[in-house]
Write a protein that binds this ligand. Structure first.
Ligand SMILES: Cc1ncc(C[n+]2csc(CCOP(=O)(O)OP(=O)(O)O)c2C)c(N)n1
Length: 328
């Protein structure tokens, strides 16, 4: 089986340097072309960035994948798109599965049955449904037990694979198939759950929020997580052209707008210390992010201005809180 190289191409001691993108174009990636993710699916881009970072830092990844778009689109029997060890498990228990694998790996190494010098990192991968909701207890348990792994949530803000049902990661007022905007409600009534802070409350060594539009920042964070001993949690912004009713070619543009409007702030929490990695010089209004997506279309109808105002308030409140956390 082809493996991602375990020879580091770039030294990543001390302050992490992400190699220039041109040096990464020949990376041997862990995910093969020809998978069946939708055209424009940003989850595929996130996977490629993860593998580039792993190659740059000299790690081989072992992945447990919660049921969701990435899992179903990359493992259609009898084919697989994965060139690294990859485990299919149920929707709710990716973190528990990877905990077992990591513990077994440690035990086999201790017994001399596996080489001790190989850089292997265990990764659990899930959508927001598998992370914020259904896999939440399994994730919390694995973080608390302190397994040496990275949890990556590609957050496309709904249960996309099964038909765009709302999740606790869906933002306020977005239209989904289970909370459609109409006469009864103007989209989802509740605000988005703030998962990174919940992950950080476990007191784990590393938590970060990243976006694929800011790939240097994302890869630096992934490399940092690779080099961290113990659990890391990464919350990654992931546009979904189908579910967000957005243009296939605008995934990265929408990701950039999410950061520029403070909808998706980039930050990290290292040993409890919060740090905002990017502060827009002039924050763009939330409309710039919303207008690119059909799921927010109803918010622009006359009489619905209050919906935009409320979402802007959610975004501003979270930003204010982040600024306070950074001062701690
Ligand atoms: C316990 C359980 N409930 C429901 C399902 C059906 N199911 C499979 S994937 C999925 C949605 C996954 O959503 P998310 O984790 O956000 O990932 P995405 O599809 O958006 O990539 C659902 C509801 C299941 N497999 N197991």
């Amino acid at each position: 089986m082809a493996q991602v190289s375990d020879k580091p191409k770039f030294v990543t001691k001390g302050e992490i340097k992400v190699p220039p993108i041109r040096d990464l174009t020949d990376s041997r990636e862990g995910i093969a072309p020809g998978h069946r993710l939708c055209t424009g699916c940003v989850a595929g881009i996130i996977l490629r960035q993860m593998f580039m970072a792993a190659e740059a830092a000299g790690y081989t990844l072992v992945i447990a994948n919660a049921t969701g778009c990435v899992e179903v689109c990359t493992s259609i029997y009898p084919h697989t798109s994965w060139k690294v060890p990859w485990i299919h498990n149920a929707f709710e228990n990716a973190a528990a599965t990877i905990s077992g694998v990591e513990a077994a790996y440690k035990a086999l190494k201790r017994k001399g049955m596996l080489p001790s010098d190989k850089k292997v990192k265990f990764v659990a991968l899930g959508g927001d449904g598998g992370t914020y909701d259904i896999g939440f207890q399994s994730l919390s348990g694995a973080l608390e037990r302190g397994h040496d792994f990275i949890y990556v949530c590609y957050d496309n803000e709904a249960y996309m694979n099964t038909g765009i049902q709302r999740s606790s990661a869906t933002p306020r007022h977005a239209a989904t198939t289970t909370q459609p905007a109409g006469k009864v409600i103007p989209g989802k009534p509740q605000p988005k759950k703030w998962m990174p802070e919940i992950a950080a409350a476990h007191g784990i060594p590393y938590v970060a929020q990243a976006a694929p539009s800011h790939f240097n920042d994302f890869m630096r964070k992934f490399i940092k997580a690779l080099n961290t001993k113990g659990p890391s949690y990464l919350n990654v912004f992931c546009t979904c052209p189908r579910g967000w009713r957005a243009k296939e070619e605008e995934g990265i543009l929408i990701s950039r707008l999410a950061v520029e409007t403070n909808y998706w702030p980039l930050f990290e929490v290292e040993d409890g210390k919060w740090k905002i990695n990017y502060k827009p010089k002039e924050r763009k209004p939330i409309e710039e992010f919303l207008k690119k997506q059909g799921r927010f279309k109803h918010m622009f109808k006359p009489g619905n201005e209050y919906l935009i105002k409320e979402l802007q308030e959610d975004v501003d409140k979270r930003w204010e809180r982040l600024l306070k956390l950074e001062q701690l």
